[in-house]
Write a protein of this length. Sequence first.
Length: 566
Amino acid sequence: MPEILTAALYHFADLPDCAALRDPLQAECDRRGVRGLLLLAPEGVNGTIAGSAEGVRAVLAMLRAQPPLAALRHKEAWGDRMPFYRMRVRVKREIVTLGVPGLDAARDAGTYVKPAQWNALIDDPDVVVIDVRNGYESAIGSFAGAVRPDTRSFTEFPAWVEAQSAPGGLLEGRPRVAMFCTGGIRCEKSTALLRRQGFGEVYHLEGGILQYLEDVPAGDSRWAGDCFVFDERVSVAHGLAPGTHQDLCRSCRMPLGPLDLASPEYVPGVRCPHCHGSRPPEQERALAERERQMALARQRGTEHLGARMAAPGGSGSGPGTVSGSHSVSAHSAQTVAETATSLPVLYTFRRCPYAIRARLAIAASGQRCEWREVVLRDKPSALLAASPKGTVPVLVLPEGDVLEQSLDIMRWALGRSDPQGWLQEGAPDEVQALIAACDGPFKQALDRCKYPERHPDLPPGEAQSQAGAWLQGLEERLARSRHLCGDAASLADVALMPFVRQYAAIDRAAWAAQPWPRLQAWLAAWESGALWGQVMHKAPAWREGQEMLCFPPEAGASPGSLGPSD
């Protein structure tokens, strides 16, 4: 008889003191032997946990003991094995990331429709039916006739709605809309988004696809295919029986069916028909080595340390996670052995603006890391084993987690020590919006300004105009306060500075001639600071077996290992 109970849950509620709940909840999960991932945010809780029935229900009772979470509901599934390798309770800005400041799903979500009434609603030709899930999920199953935005992440959905609301789009005129997702959580946010934008009739499937497959007989169903789920089952069908897609590509995380597994392009742990040909040979070799190490661990009957990051249910928001994005990468047993009792390992490239902002946060926090400078045209196999996507920065933590995004590294460092108070300054929604605008539209315009020869079809001056308009907005902000979000520097200042600097470096004379005196002074102040000297030290390209360098560099570092700032 199955002995492992898995509980999937979410609840939108006003939870302003969510951070205070993190440590007691983690302790209760550890004490009860419960594993999985729970996300806490001011808007509520989301997660999947597994363990003994007694342990899981004790954790659920602890959550419901918080008055805002008293009405929390969950779904249960039984299994023969533990689907998760560890327990993590994390505090986030959102329990499912949409990236739209001020959205209140608890208050503004659309109208629930029970599974028994869903068929009648979506059969109405005047109703636009939208699959809110990402492309890798909807590719293996959906409701007949549903519109599939094929987003790569949920954060792309607002832009899709905006585009489809324009003249000629599917949502022009704000028709009646019915939305669905796996368990309902993304629909609560997406329907709230549409209602805020003036849609009058917005509906969503109560309990999501999983409740529909459980309640509606297969003979009456409008569902076709499998439903992707974020645990070791990979997919389910009617009655929540196992679906035909029962494995994931451990390289690209796409769900795999029988034809995929039989394809000559499928190599376990390395590639599948969906990602075949997308990785250079050195990345495939690194993935093959990771798979070999995991196979050896299975033969020995031990747990491969890297599997903690590779398993479904890991952090992130893609296949194999609670919220629906790409999971944290596993790294090889060799890399784990190297870092298990040492400093965090930072893979970085001196001039990359994403790496620069990560180093700024690390240096400001006083955290120490092993410094591995990367030559991008000759990426070391240890980097590719840690993060097969092969971009920097990457931070490998001693406990085995891998941080692959610059903002995650910044928050990791500043969460441990933030002497400048960068995390406390500025309204969180304002800071987030500024960083999103920098990393999205401005970064795209910046790249086109730097490399106009790569964009011959772009009208002359268009990229400069787009970048200049955004920078003018920063100038206007600095006319109101000393820094971008107030009179003290915030995370936004630190995160944006390397990109503004990169734009200025395209043509310093042209930069100096721009009518942005406050922005120019703001950049100059950052570039003249002592912190900047630490961050921009030169280091030789890292090679396996070389003497370890530390970041931040010691004052007066030997010129034989570190060059001066420039």
